[in-house]
Write a protein that binds this ligand. Structure first.
Ligand code: ATP
Ligand code: MG
Length: 568
């Protein structure tokens, strides 16, 4: 490819709308352009990167027994009504009607469609196991599309679905996919970690997310250095931590005047108490029902855990009015004492609190010396909070660490969730009818591209891992007015092409400084500069994007040197 012909519209400055580095660099270096919030055009260099990621994925999926298919993007509502997910998916689903007023959606995922296919085609154990995958656009009307390719509304995903006759088969499929994912992200040159995760709207119970470790990751993960434990904090279990007042004598309940003291911070200052001794009371609207959560003042509520305890489609903090209807007071003064007819879910740590502080359900008053066993009743005690740095590893009791991660892939054991809903059965060896066991396995292809940039860049631009770089090499003639420069560069360019190396010849009539800047910004792994030294001494300047310094290599050795680097 000649730079004069390449469609790679680089920008001088960083577009203001781009908050994170991958978004900024992919725009600036001419890889992507936005057409609507969360909807992007992939320009030629991006398309090459995506194809390389997809090729690695295909190779590993095929090795793990996958067969590629292509499922429809437009999906009929009936299938989604059969599994009940037409409603579960809520506003995230792009819905449309055809001319006959029939409901459809743009596929956010494909469990329904593929299970429908399988129930029609598979009826015997002899046809199992089956592993089918596709690489295709997905559509999700995300609440907050942002960060460029990271959270799009139209994005590319690889999704594989496994179908097995028994648990053992499902376990084999799961392990094969887990290993394939490990191979894929390793081959893409990424630093990543598989973590235990939540199964969300997809369902099932065993699941791992593959997290690329990066500061800008939206996910928080906890991990242990002394064993292999790692989990998304959404699901990381918490043990109650004692605060050392458990032996205190129980004191009489007291109401205190606390004018305009509403937040935990304010109450801590006003009453001079430890936030650990405060009971934070939160009112939620779970679908149409109001529920109450109690958690220690210094902790954060984990809504995913809450939703497991109290299953519901939507979960939002209740409004000031809804709170007042039940308690007769403002949100700053609510507490568990005297609350009736609402489910109260308390975090495990609430059980141990002695002589705690809470709102009095009366404006400008709090209660001190609140004691659970004596002063209020709860529906139950559950693990409802986020784990924190330094808490005990649930596996080995060592101290937990925390990092940010970008979820690039997830593997799920679905079990019979979809085969049951859609009645996908087969006859086993004994002629008995059984439900098919399923798994599903997704990789965000476009998100993986963004994650690769998040992990590989410097002040000058992108540093593509060589396995997914759009081109391996850029050849830069110092002056295109000098015929000897051009001739040598052209020759080298052709020799590289002959060896199957992907190379760009920067034949633009620009100053070398401009070309070097662009080469760094675009992120070619290898830069070869041809100039006076080449003409006089037969030396080419060889520079790796990952290194600061260049070396001079005799022109006849350059191709081998490049091959050697690319093949290791
Ligand atoms: P998230 O929690 O980030 O919203 P998810 O858990 O809903 O993602 P899955 O259904 O597991 O996503 O989809 C499989 C993969 O698709 C994810 O691991 C991620 O890499 C990718 N992906 C999901 N949503 C998006 C999106 N909005 N934009 C780009 N990639 C996405
Ligand atoms: Mg996921």
């Amino acid at each position: 490819m000649r730079m004069t012909k390449a469609f790679i519209p680089t920008l001088r400055s960083t577009p203001a709308e781009a908050e994170i580095i991958s978004h900024q660099l992919l725009l600036r270096a001419g890889y992507i352009r936005k057409s609507a919030a969360g909807v992007y055009t992939y320009l030629p260099f991006a398309q090459r990167v995506l194809k390389k990621i997809e090729d690695i994925i295909r190779d590993e999926m095929d090795k793990a027994g996958g067969q590629e298919v292509l499922l429809p993007i437009i999906q009929p509502a009936e299938l989604w009504l059969e599994t009940g997910r037409w409603h579960v998916y809520g506003e995230e689903m792009f819905r449309l009607k055809d001319r006959h007023d029939r409901d459809f959606c743009l596929g956010p995922t494909h469990e329904e469609i593929i299970t429908d296919l399988i129930r029609g085609e598979v009826n015997s154990y002899r046809q199992l196991p089956l592993r089918l995958y596709q690489i295709q656009n997905k559509y999700r009307d995300e609440r907050r599309p942002r960060f460029g390719l990271m959270r799009g509304r139209e994005f590319i995903m690889k999704d594989l679905y496994s179908f097995d006759k028994d648990e053992e088969g499902l376990e084999t499929s799961y392990q094969k996919m887990y290993q394939a994912y490990t191979n894929i992200f390793t081959r893409c040159g990424l630093k990543f970690r598989p973590v235990e995760a939540d199964s969300g709207a997809i369902g099932g119970n065993v699941t791992h997310e593959f997290m690329v470790l990066a500061e800008n990751g939206e996910a928080s993960i906890v991990y242990c250095d002394d064993c292999d434990y790692a989990a998304n904090i959404e699901i990381a279990p918490c043990q109650p931590v004692e605060i050392g007042n458990e032996k205190e004598d129980i004191k009489p309940l007291e109401k205190v005047h606390t004018p305009n003291v509403r937040t935990i911070d304010e109450i801590v200052k006003f009453l001079n108490v430890n936030p650990q001794k405060c009971i934070k009371t939160l009112f939620y609207k779970a679908d149409e029902q109001v529920i109450v959560v109690l958690i220690r003042g210094d902790r954060n509520i984990n809504e995913i855990k809450l939703q497991k305890v109290h299953p519901c489609y939507s979960l939002e903090l209740a409004t000031e009015d809804e709170v007042r209807d039940i308690t007769g007071c403002k949100t700053g003064f609510i507490g568990p004492v005297g609350l009736k007819e609402v489910p109260i879910y308390a975090d495990l740590e609430i059980k141990n609190l002695v002589n705690a502080v809470s709102g009095a359900n009366e404006d400008h008053y709090h209660l001190v010396n609140v004691n659970g066993n004596r002063d209020f009743e709860v529906t139950g005690f559950y693990d409802l909070r986020f784990v924190e740095v330094g808490e005990q590893c649930p596996k080995c009791k060592s101290s937990l660490k925390m990092a940010r991660g970008i979820e690039v892939g997830q593997v799920f054991k679905l079990g019979t969730k979809y085969s049951e809903a859609l009645n996908a059965k087969f006859l086993d060896e004994n002629g008995k009818e059984n439900l098919i066991l399923m798994g599903c396995y997704g990789i965000g292809v476009t998100r993986t591209m963004a994650a690769a940039v998040e992990q590989n860049y410097d002040a000058n631009g992108i540093i593509w891992p060589k396995s997914i770089a759009p081109y391996h090499v850029v050849v830069i003639p110092i002056s295109i007015k000098d015929e000897d420069h051009i001739k040598n560069a052209q020759k080298l360019y052709e020799q590289l092409i002959d060896k199957g190396i992907e190379v760009v010849l920067d034949d633009r009539n620009e100053r070398p400084g401009v070309k070097f800047k662009d080469a760094d910004l675009i992120g070619f792994p290898i830069r070869l500069t041809v100039g006076k030294k080449t003409v006089i001494e037969g030396l080419v300047e060889y520079k790796l994007r990952t290194e600061q310094e260049s070396i001079d290599v005799p022109i006849e050795q350059v191709v081998n040197k490049v091959l050697e680097y690319l093949n290791t």
